[in-house]
Write a protein that binds this ligand. Sequence first.
Ligand SMILES: [Zn+2]
Length: 309
Amino acid sequence: MAALPSYWITHPSCRLHRMEDEHPECPERLAAIEDRLLATGLDLFLHRAEAPSASAEALLRVHGAEHVEAVLGTHPAVGLVHIDPDTSMNAHTAEAALHAAGAGVLAVELLLSQRAGFVFCNVRPPGHHAERDRAMGFCFFNNIAVAAAEALARGIPRVAVLDFDVHYGNGTADIFRKEPRVLLCSTYQHPLYPYWAGDPDAPGLIDMPLAEGAGSEAYRDAVQNHWLPALEEFDPQMIFVSAGFDAHARDPMAGLCLSDEDFYWTGTQIRDFAARRCKNRVVAMLEGGYNPHALARCVEAFVRPFIGA
Ligand SMILES: [Zn+2]
């Protein structure tokens, strides 16, 4: 069977959300990634789609009504409304958050209708720190959770969320810790924001904390010897990836010291598992990554195995 197309989903509003000057989670991140796609010719291997708005139904599967209303109802005409010391909203944030969450809904639709095998959502604001009832850590809606919940709602029995962002995806854990149809595998630097303490009562959380400076070997060991066996046993029908690239050595926010090659390797591991066990179905959603040059190279490295380029 010929491989299904790979898709790239984004939306113009994702570049209009901006926090303070010099804030690391900035629109230039997406621009750097897009430039890299064009410069390397990877663009030619990807079908493009525009992210729709997530519906209220899709958002309310993973967020409380008050939280959804608070985000969608905040439209400062000028300036910023602060949610926490690092997280703020401008006039375009609500629209960007709505489309970032909608990207994952479209991605699931593309996989289920067999129009795509692999989908990368190049969107912001990121999502994995957003809890059911709380925006935090640059995140408003939990984009990967909205996507995973969409798959479950459409009859997929089990899904896995893989999160290799250097920060723990506390929001995704908060939303799914009691959901037996979701396995959440995480590698992250610890101790580091958001200082996740683990949850011994949640067997679906595979937490692999790594010490500052851990580097490639410790990371690959965690993926190979903990994530992959858990995936084999859980047997998901679809894979969702919280693709944060701030574990890279050049990232200013943390110190896990991963290389470009580690993200290529991660892509190959996920691709090979998905090919064997879940019909190649993979949705990746951009999370962190704050050195725009390293970020762009790492996204390229991660995407290459899926598109065979
Ligand atoms: Zn991060």
